[in-house]
Design a binder for this molecule. Sequence first.
Ligand SMILES: *Cc1c(COP(=O)(O)O)cnc(C)c1O
Length: 419
Amino acid sequence: MRDEAFWAAATAAAVDADAADPLAGARALFHIPERLVYLDGNSLGPMPHASAREIDRAVRQEWAEGLISSWTDADWFALPTMYGDMLAPVIGADDGEVVVCDTTSTNIYKTLHAALALRPDRRVIVAEGGSFPTDLYVIEGVLASRPDVASRLEGRDGADLLDLIDEDVAVVLVNQVDYRSGRKRDLVEVTERAHAAGALVIWDLCHSAGVMEVGLNAAGADMAVGCTYKYLNGGPGAPSFVFAARRHLDAIRQPLSGWWGHAAPFRFDQSYAPDPGIRKFLCGTQGILSFRALKPALEMLGEYDLGDIRAKSVALTELFIRLVDETCSEYGVTLMSPRATEERGSQVALRHPEAYASVQALIARGVVGDFRMPDVMRFGFAPLYICHVDVVRAVRILEEVLADELWREPKYQVRAAVT
Ligand SMILES: *Cc1c(COP(=O)(O)O)cnc(C)c1O
């Protein structure tokens, strides 16, 4: 184990870096439990203080007092597109191209069908075999309703996603940042390669929205989906979002043709006519209380520069990797995430044979990361509330867990229902 002097020097350098941090003020906007180093914001972001106030207002005034009139007076009906417009600059989209609604899984289903319908003469969906499982399960669901369509998966049908894209491919569903390894794809390169073959791309931004400049329109992206409860801090079960480039909006049809996506929902027509704009991605009534928790986080992101956010994210992940290299590599830890900064998102994944129990031992000591099958410890670094000192503390405790084999304690070996 490294001595006290090593950690004192690392802490002093971290204190200096935090003093020069342009985002330092943001942490006070969140409720972070005392003495917790929360490196799981890529699973569930912490609560902005303002979210509790928003929910309180939505419940006590808008619901309790306003009742049905709040659909108009509190803009409930307009929230999906209002919040979509607030989110648009965060992902490099324009007004009217983003709608907040439903879950990421549902929105993948809608956009995949929409993309297949835009390329009627093509029969293949390309995706990553190592993708977050819901993306793969939803593809299976789409294939069940489209027996003429097949999937090609990276890792199963070829080693590299780009090699799977040819003239038969209608759509590529791809994560900007891999949920497990933290590998970051080049949004421009993949989009260009797909377009060169005449295919469309749906970007899954679950692990990138909020921690980097995404630049959808700059890359000429077609469609995108993502969730808002990870780095966008919208709270458990917060709604997802859908982006569709304006040039596609007219032609897009999505299969969940519910009344909220109708051109005139309150005409109560007997047949469906889609809204001409991004609202056509809506299906039914939205969870307004969950929406309200998201608003302060979207307002907050508008106050900060995404370049600063990415720069700090890079600094935090680099510091973490360097300290882990220096203190933990002799205990069987290996780096799963890419070493090259431009190929890495805002998380670092480490492999260790006792990853599950080690994560439990870390959590018991106030360092919250998470475990992913089969042997991955995953740590997310959200620049708005994680500071350099947190990183030093986390690695120091990780070194202790590994060096003293604290993971051996039987209680850390018991698997919880949610990991
Ligand atoms: C978190 C995540 C999801 C979540 O889907 P839900 O429908 O919101 O549960 C989907 N895809 C990816 C890549 C994710 O990281």
